[in-house]
Design a protein. Structure first.
Length: 303
């Protein structure tokens, strides 16, 4: 069986990494983009679905994705637009904090742009679509409605969907709006990748069994609950949840820990691994990623 074509949908931003004022490193990142890069490195035919500008930074970023093997056919180019920017600071324990400049980024503009319908058709031209809570947030109300309207026909053609719950409160107007958007996408998802810290502010405190049961009630067949550190509860095909633990490591920078776990899990599952094996593959990749600064580690460091 040929490997499925994957599109990761979301926003790519310029990444400024500096612990304090002074010299900084400029790269790129974004939750679903990080997943796309790692999926491509792990051998999945992967494209990124987003929008960028016609500026030199956008051109350099697109060239970097293509050099990683990430397809760009589903990237709209918007004249006069710019990519968003975020800055990372890390503390002594490797925990990160962010500052964002993204309100009018190209990736936000495409959701209300006249090109949206044609662009969405390209986005959905794949076998597997991966998106996140951040994807839903930047789409806005009208963009989310357009996506949710287009997905059922794509699902009927055989498209499968995974959703990573990444919740960023500052991107949403209120909790009820967020909760409704998450529930709507989960009713269409084949795989969900929630985390306690993302779900609790929206749905209240739950233990692993209750959270997994709620996702199954939406109709999600496969739930992988990220439980903090190298721990994940895996529930697939109606089986009881199983806790899968990886090796603990000391982090340098936890940026992209969940994104890389999602890539390791998806790459393994889409090439035939069992769910518990896939969770271990996710843990292995994430454990290497968090031992390097920034979202994207050097190719030479890949496990």
């Amino acid at each position: 069986m040929s490997k499925p074509r994957v599109h990761c949908l979301g926003e790519a931003m310029l990444e400024l990494s500096a612990p304090r004022l002074g010299a900084a490193m400029l790269s790129f990142g974004g939750d679903t983009l990080n997943t796309a890069v790692y999926l491509a490195r792990l051998g999945l035919p992967t494209g990124y679905a987003s929008a960028m500008g016609d500026d030199p930074y956008s051109a350099e970023v697109l060239a970097a994705w293509e050099s990683e093997g990430v397809g760009t056919a589903a990237v709209a180019r918007l004249p006069g637009a710019l990519p968003g920017l975020y800055a990372i600071r890390t503390d002594a324990r490797g925990e990160r904090s962010f500052a964002y400049w993204r309100d009018n980024s190209a990736a936000r503009q495409i959701w209300r742009h006249p090109q949206r319908a044609d662009w969405l058709a390209r986005v959905l031209d794949c076998d597997w679509l991966h998106l996140s809570g951040i994807t839903l947030a930047i789409a806005g109300e009208d963009g989310r409605a357009a996506l949710l309207a287009a997905l059922p026909a794509a699902k009927a053609r055989g498209l499968r969907l995974s959703f990573d719950s990444n919740y960023r409160p500052r991107l949403w107007p209120d909790v009820p709006t967020t909760r409704a958007a998450y529930e709507a996408i989960l009713r269409l998802a084949d795989l969900s990748l929630p985390g306690f810290e993302d779900e609790e502010p929206l749905f209240g405190a739950e233990d692993a069994a209750a959270l997994i049961a709620r996702h199954r009630a939406y109709g999600v067949a496969e739930v992988v609950l990220k439980a903090g550190g190298p721990r994940a509860w895996v529930a697939a095909d109606g089986a009881a949840p199983v806790l899968v633990e990886g090796a603990a490591v000391t982090p340098v920078d936890t940026t992209a820990a969940g994104d890389s776990f999602a890539a390791g899990y998806l790459a393994a599952r889409l090439t035939g691994a069992m769910p518990t094996e896939a969770a271990l593959a996710g843990h292995r990749l994430a454990s290497v990623v968090i031992q390097h600064p920034g979202a994207i580690i050097p190719q030479s460091a890949m496990p």
